[in-house]
Design a protein around this ligand. Structure first.
Ligand SMILES: CC[C@H]1c2cc3[nH]c4c(c3C)C(=O)[C@H](C(=O)OC)c4c3nc(cc4[nH]c(cc(n2)[C@@H]1C)c(C(C)=O)c4C)[C@@H](C)[C@@H]3CCC(=O)O
Length: 265
């Protein structure tokens, strides 16, 4: 787990839990959690299995439940009646949806930030995927089980990182991220669209925050996700690249506060 902030551990405080995207870790939320903690909210960031400072080799993570385990364990350890606002970035949206299905009574709102938002039980197929294995030359694959097998890991090639992930972000953050990104578990991701339909998960309000200057996840693709599984609120971060936690942390902070103002108390 990445870390926790906020002095008050009581049930009354609004608690955000942040889930990183592919190759990222709890570290990527440092600006946003600083803002939230200073404003009196509680924030928790998680390192999924094989990410951030989690010690597992991501090439051994084949299953979504194994990948999501640190998030599931955090949610299952919450005190009774304590609910969190779950925020997922990019492929972290898949982990958020899995958590909605497994712990619907622990989540008051799910926020998808430039994120994978696919309805559980909707028959998706890899030909709809914006990222086929081998589709573009921007990815470095790791074949942990041999070259004739499905890759076990994937990471963006160094020369594409700045443009694709962080084009509008401060250079210091690009430098930091370049040193911290780790291979992502391809096989666990391939299981993300296998969730069954879940009526309890459908009842939880979902918010989509789109990123307009995103060179990784185009607005067209983001719009398609919203059309396919309409959320209750949609926001657009006009000046954001794929990584709003670096490029526009203050606007993101304001949008999160606006989103939660619609929660029933
Ligand atoms: C191994 C294929 C697997 C997959 C991997 C993957 N997806 C993203 C990354 C990787 C390695 C990223 O780095 C990026 C991200 O998380 O940035 C931090 C990814 C995205 N994936 C998205 C949507 C999306 N992905 C898939 C499928 C896969 N991604 C494979 C299972 C789907 C579908 C329908 O199958 C969808 C909708 C976005 C949230 C981001 C950006 C995607 C892009 O490259 O346009």
């Amino acid at each position: 787990m990445g870390g926790e902030g906020g002095g008050d551990s009581g049930d009354s405080v609004i608690h955000f839990v942040f889930v990183h995207g592919a190759s990222h870790g709890a570290w990527c939320w440092y600006k946003l959690t600083t803002l939230l903690d200073a404003a009196g909210f509680k924030s928790t960031t998680v390192d999924l299995t094989g990410a951030g400072i989690n010690l597992t080799d991501s090439n051994t993570v084949f299953d979504p439940d194994h990948y999501n385990f640190p998030l599931f364990s955090l949610l299952s350890d919450l005190p009774p009646h304590h609910k969190v606002i779950l925020v997922g970035h990019s492929m972290g949206g898949g982990s958020v949806t899995a958590a909605l299905c497994k712990f619907p009574d622990k989540i008051s709102m799910a926020v998808y930030l430039a994120a994978y938002m696919v309805q559980p039980g909707s028959a998706s197929s890899t030909h709809n995927s914006p990222m086929h294995l081998g589709e573009e030359d921007i990815w470095e694959y790791i074949y942990g089980e041999g070259v004739n097998e499905t890759p076990t890991g994937v990471i963006m090639k160094e020369q594409f990182i700045r443009h694709r992930y962080y084009s509008q972000s401060p250079l210091e953050d690009v430098t930091l991220a370049s040193k911290l990104l780790r291979p992502a578990p391809v096989r666990a991701f391939l299981g993300f669209d296998k969730l069954s339909a879940n009526p309890a998960a459908e009842k939880i309000p979902r918010v989509c925050i789109k990123t307009a200057k995103d060179n990784q996840f185009s607005m067209l693709r983001q719009d398609r996700m919203v059309e396919n599984w309409p959320p209750s609120q949609v926001y657009v971060l006009e000046e954001s690249d794929h990584s709003p936690f670096f490029s526009v942390p203050t606007t993101l902070f304001i949008y999160l506060l606006r989103a939660i103002s619609f929660l029933q108390s």
